[in-house]
Design a protein around this ligand. Structure first.
Ligand code: TRP
Length: 458
């Protein structure tokens, strides 16, 4: 591409040409698209069900804004200041000792996308099935069918092909365009479904489980760990995704404002998804199926509920899984982008080749979790509950305790003066509160991750 005729090409801090977003809104919707995904509907629902409902939700909101937002600002700041993808950005900001963290980020991208695309494949199958025929009466058996044999592998590969196609299209013409069109659609569908859910008889119990807190569960460190890793996963933090997206920004962006908007949107989508899931599931008496903490729980209880509702259930099922599909594809492209942008920067490969090559490797890796749900569970336990908090911990140390001039530049540049006092608060949270919290989280999730790997065989 020609630098002089294309407005959307700029240069990185090493002087190489770099793509930039088409507009502020485009960047924002792409970042929201990355954040909003399976995490908001699938993972949020089962984490909430498993950890006691409303109290977990309250704690989760608190963490999103107190911990999620400052870590997001730190990632955004690093990306924008260096205009490089994670490996290069960390090398530039911290020196070569920080390069391994960049590789950890890329590894997280590989692992998460590999199983994420498998779940997205199930979602795609459910959306198709809602159109083609009523959901089968035995939801458990149906889930077994969707997730075993060759079909999940094929759906996974199809989903990866679509992801590769979009990322190969580029930052502005691929990622930004898809997110700008799709995110509003997702929002409208979900709000519509939440309104519809209020009409269900028997929904009341679902609302009260979801919205009336009982605080016993909160005292447990496991709940704290679950809410923290859920916040990191849902906000796409701890693996350089937000860093990568910010590397395509020009300098005049108010990062704290954008981070707050993204966190608010991400939380709202999760919250509204809960306003659909819990009434539906409780109205049909299927709550026990969700709180069994297996990855498939939501995929059994929801189709079960939709099946019991007849024709309405099919329409609602299509809308629900359609919205979930949109969330999944806009997140999958961001996951692949972390890997692809690193390969482009580090190996000077062109975007198209990098997208195809990396996409194929990830697609092949995904055949494992597509064939065995225990492998999928273990990958989630390791990548999202260990790698992301670990990445967040080191990011907080680098940006919070790095050279003071850098810190200020990263954190404050471009933000409006009105927000400065808040910024100081966040900077202190990042320095003082985030590292010990993440150490506590890791002390819980590392043994759990090891346990999940051990469980694969048996
Ligand atoms: N936030 C995504 C979701 O909620 C999942 C995710 C985790 C992600 N890390 C990411 C997406 C990095 C894109 C990039 O579904």
């Amino acid at each position: 591409m020609n630098q002089h005729t294309t407005a959307n090409i700029d240069t990185d801090t090493a002087g190489a040409p770099r793509e930039v977003w088409g507009s502020r809104l485009g960047f924002l919707l792409a970042a929201v698209g990355s954040a909003v995904g399976l995490g908001n509907m699938w993972r949020f629902s089962y984490a909430t069900a498993e950890h006691g409902g409303a109290a977990f939700v309250l704690f989760y909101v608190f963490l999103t804004f107190m911990v999620g937002v400052p870590v997001m600002i730190a990632e955004f700041g690093l990306g924008r200041a260096t205009r490089l993808s994670p490996i290069g950005a960390l090398r530039k900001a911290g020196g070569s000792a920080w390069v391994p963290l960049g590789y950890l980020f890329v590894a997280a991208g590989f692992l998460i996308l590999a199983y994420y695309a498998v779940i997205a494949g199930w979602v795609t199958r459910y959306a198709f099935d809602a159109v083609m025929s009523p959901f089968p009466p035995d939801a458990g058996v149906y889930f077994g069918e969707v997730t075993s044999g060759i079909t999940p592998v094929l759906y996974h590969l199809g989903f990866m092909a679509l992801t590769i196609l979009i990322v190969a299209g580029g930052v502005k013409k691929g990622i930004e365009r898809v997110s700008t069109v799709m995110m509003p659609v997702l929002g409208i569908i979900l709000v519509g479904l939440a309104v519809w859910a209020t009409t269900l008889t028997g929904a009341g119990e679902g609302y009260s489980f979801y919205l009336t807190p009982s605080f016993e569960e909160l005292l447990s460190l496991d709940t704290v760990a679950a809410a923290t890793s859920q916040a990191f996963f849902s906000l796409s933090l701890g693996m350089g995704a937000m860093l990568t997206f910010a590397s395509y920004l020009l300098r005049d962006t108010d990062l704290p404002r954008e981070s707050t908007i993204i966190a608010l949107s991400d939380f709202s989508v999760a919250f509204i998804a809960g306003l659909v899931v819990f009434p539906v599931v409780f109205a049909l008496g299927l709550q026990n199926a969700v709180s069994e903490s297996t990855v498939g729980a939501l995929f059994i209880s929801l189709p079960g509920a939709f099946q019991a509702m007849g024709a309405t259930g099919r329409a609602v099922g299509l809308l629900f899984f359609g919205a979930l599909f949109i969330g999944a594809i806009t997140s999958a492209i961001a996951l692949l982008e972390v890997v692809v942008s690193s390969v482009i920067d580090e190996w000077k490969m062109d975007r198209r080749k990098a997208s195809i090559a990396m996409g194929i490797i990830i697609a092949l890796l995904g055949i494992l979790p597509a064939s065995d749900i225990n492998i999928l569970g273990a990958m989630d336990a390791v990548a999202s509950e260990v790698f992301l908090p670990l990445g967040g911990l080191f990011l907080a140390l680098l940006v919070g305790w790095g050279p003071p001039s850098r810190r200020l530049e990263i954190f404050i540049e471009g933000s409006s003066p009105a927000i400065r006092p808040l910024m100081n608060g966040w900077l202190w949270t990042l320095r003082i509160a985030v590292p010990p919290l993440l150490v506590i989280v890791l002390s819980r999730t590392i043994p759990a991750g090891i346990g999940a790997i051990r469980a694969i065989g048996g």
